[in-house]
Structures are given as structure tokens and as C-alpha cells.
Design a protein around this ligand. Sequence first.
Ligand code: NDP
Length: 495
Amino acid sequence: MTQPSTQPSTQPSTQANKNYIAGEWLSGVSDIANISPSDLSDVVGHFAQADTAQLDKAVDAAHAAQAEWANYGLERKQAVLNAIGNEMMARAEELGTLLSREEGKPLAEGKGEVYRAGQFFTYYAAEVLRQLGQNAQSVRAGVDIDIRREPVGTVAIISPWNFPTATASWKIAPALAYGNAVIWKPANATPASAHALTEIIAKQDIPKGLFNLVMGSGRDIGQKLVEHTGINAISFTGSVPVGRGIAQAAVGNFTKLQMEMGSKNALAVMDDADLDLAVAAALGGSFGGTGQKCTASSRLVVHEAIHDTFVERLIKGAEAMQVGHALEAGTQIGPVVSETQMSENLAWIEKGRAEGAELACGGVQVERPTQGYYMTPGVFLNTTNQMQINREELFAPLTAVIKVGSYGEALHTVNDTRFGLTAGIMTRSLARANHFRANARSGCVMVNLATAGTDYHVPFGGRGESSYGPREQGSNAAEFYTTVKTAYIAAGDPE
Ligand code: NDP
């Protein structure tokens, strides 16, 4: 298996799927081939790569369009968002199939993601009508104060491949709902889902240039986008090192910034847990999306009293999971996304062993009828929280069990990380559940649930190196996508 999942070409093809810039579909300066990780002979399509001149054109057009969009009536804006969301939900089967084909997640997950992405648009359609201001009395006689939120301007959205449609949608929908223009640079590993969503948005009653799709590599066009002085705010989801670089670029221009990055989420399994539920939560949380989720349960912190029973059932469950082509019926774990990711995963197996962890099952590259990046789900045992496999985000179908002697030790271990996106506990004790909810140092806490799996109408984000800036999703999104204006009004004498 030597091919990458995207292959660059210096000869742009007229057949390639185009970028959407300033209200026009434009060919790029080069193309990439998008290849399914389930089947390296399956070319999903060719996709244009933008250059700097096209990026500049998009930013200029966005500025002009944003002013127009901000003055659209509320119901007109709401209708646009509803139409996008409703079409995505209606086409979840078709678009979910495309997503699974290019990204590798099992079909049910692909369809579910597209449906959920549609819900972000319909949720924010409703938020269009819920933008209420505040008012206050001035300390000066005869002066009134009103406090309103205004659009922040032109927003750069940089999204990852692991949730190519949902992550982008939970950024694009509020950006538009709160009156902004968008320049979207999706991940180059999943351009087909980005192109499909853009086709839906481009059909709507929006000013030309309000929404721009600028495909290209992160290092090239992504970097230029975040350094662009015409960008007013950047919303990014991806890795910590790239996030660090984006933060530096943003600070240089005083650009508003929001980022969601890696994590090292832990699920604590207590001695009083319902073990069937705990095993199901651990399997789903660790291996759903092939473990390529920022909310994945990559550390299982297990009480010694039930450790052996839990581990026995966990391994049995992992070994029973079906690894295969994303579109094949019965597949529970699809391929990993790319050859690079596969090499990294295999390197982590070696690092884990070298650190003294025992690989109890899986973690092996396997063949299937089609050539793809298949790996069996792996469970490390006898690990400590100081091992690198328990400190770094692996983004792989791999999880590690850490044995602890008490609830207190479990909580300490869960919190002993530089990340802090989600944390979970499996327990029947109300006292432990409440204490954990109050003391887990993470943005999201799960009680008797997997660490992965969040709703769309409430805030999402983490602490430490997991997130930076205001929370995403729910009505909290207003904090990032708007800026506050405080107006002082001295009405004067009516006579
Ligand atoms: P990256 O952080 O490299 O990519 C995320 C997005 O950022 C992509 O659209 C990418 O473009 C873009 N990008 C890359 N470099 C720059 C740059 N210099 N300036 C602006 N944009 C840039 O993540 P990877 O896809 O390489 O995955 C690597 C690791 O990151 C994973 O193994 C995982 O640990 C973590 N990750 C975490 C995610 C999360 O949900 N929190 C999501 C994805 C990854 P391009 O597609 O061209 O690379």
C-alpha cells in the first residue's frame, strides 16, 4: 500500500471539481485526486487547488457580500439556512455514502453525520430570529444605552477530514446566521463532501461572494488564509501543532480566533459500574469513527476490583468488531484515513510496546478484498498514565487500559493530561457521578455514556490544549461570530 489518499497533479484538469469563489465555479492552478481509503482503486474525483490570487478574490468578494447579507431581512436569512439544512437531511443517504466513501467511516456513521450537519443549519435558522440585545440605563441623566451584537465580518473556516461535513456545518451555519461572510478551506483528504455542501449553499438566495470554497493544501492556501489581513475571524479544528501556528498568525493580525484541537479523553470505569454498559461505552467510544475522533476514549481508567472481568469482555468485544470497506454492510470499523495515518498508528504500536505496554489484541494492519488502510482495533494493557501512548493523541483504533485502586485515583488520572475535551465515568453511585461532574477538568463530562457523542444545541469545546477561544455550537456560538456594540443615546428634549 503505497499510494497516498490524495495525489497532486500539476496539470489542472477541466474535469476537476471546482472551487466556488465570488459566486463563480473556478478551476484551480492544479488538482488533486481524491482516493477512497477503503479501496485505493476507487478515485472519488479530482478537485481544484486554489492559488493566492483566487484567495484574494474570495476575500474581496466576501467583504462586499457580507455588507449586503447583513442587511437581508431576518426571514430571508432564515429561509436560506432552513433550505440548506432541509436539503442535507433529505439527501443524508446520498451525501452520507459519498462521505463514507472518501473518509472511510461506516455508512451508518456517514449518513448520521450528514443528517446532523443539516440539523446545525436548521438550528441556526431558528437562532436568526433569537438575536436579542440588551439595554441599560446610563449613569448620566437623559442617556440610554443599548448593547447589540453585530457580525464580526469575514470568517475563515478551516475544517478537518474526520467529520468533514459536521465540523464545517457547525461553523458555517452560525457564521451565516449571525450575518458573516465565509471563506472555507476544507481538509484536502475530504474535498468531495466539501464540494457537495458548497453546491447546496451556492443554490441559495445569497449575495455573490458571501460563501467561498477555497480548496488547497493547508500548508499553502490554508497558511495564506490565516495570514490574510482581510480575515476578521478564524475558526479551526485540527491538530495542536497546526493550531499553534494559526494562533501565531492570528495574533500577528489581531484576528479573532477559535480553535478545537486534540485530546486524550479518559473513560473511568468504577467497581460499581454496569459492566455491560461500560464495555459498550468503551468499545463505541474507543473505536467509533476508527478511533479518529477528538472525543475518542483513548484512555480507559479501570478500577482494580473489576479490571480483569472488564478487560476480558472488552477484548472479546474488540475482537468481534468487523473491520472492512466503509460501504459494506456489517462493517463496524472502516479503514484509517490515509497511508500517513496508518504509518503513525503502526509506529504507536511499537512505541507502546517499547514503553512496556502489552498489546492484548488487534493493532494489526490487515488485508481485505479491496486494497485499503485496514487496521484491527487494538487494546493496550498494563499501561501507566505517564507512557507516551497515554499522553499523546493517537487518532487511531487503539485504546489503553490504566488500572487504578480507587475513585480518587481514577479522577486524578483522568485529569492528569494537558488536554481536556471530554471525560467520562461509568458508575451507579450518584455521589461519584456528581463529584466527577464537578471535578473533571474538561469541557464536556459524560456520566454512564461514551466520551464521544454530543448534541448540536449546546456548547462544545474543551480546556487546556484541546480548545482555544469561545465555545462552539448552541447559542454560545454568538460570542465568536459576533462583536458587541454599546450605543449611548441622548434623546434630547422632545420640544
Ligand atoms: P491538521 O491540523 O494538519 O489539518 C486540519 C486542517 O488544517 C486541514 O484542513 C488542513 O489542511 C489544515 N491545515 C494544515 N496546515 C495548515 C496551516 N499551516 N495553516 C492553515 N491550515 C492548515 O490535521 P491532520 O489532518 O494532518 O491530522 C493530524 C492529526 O491532527 C491527527 O492525527 C489528529 O491527532 C489531529 N486532528 C484532530 C482533529 C480534531 O477533531 N480535533 C481533526 C483532525 C486531526 P490539509 O487538509 O491540506 O492538511
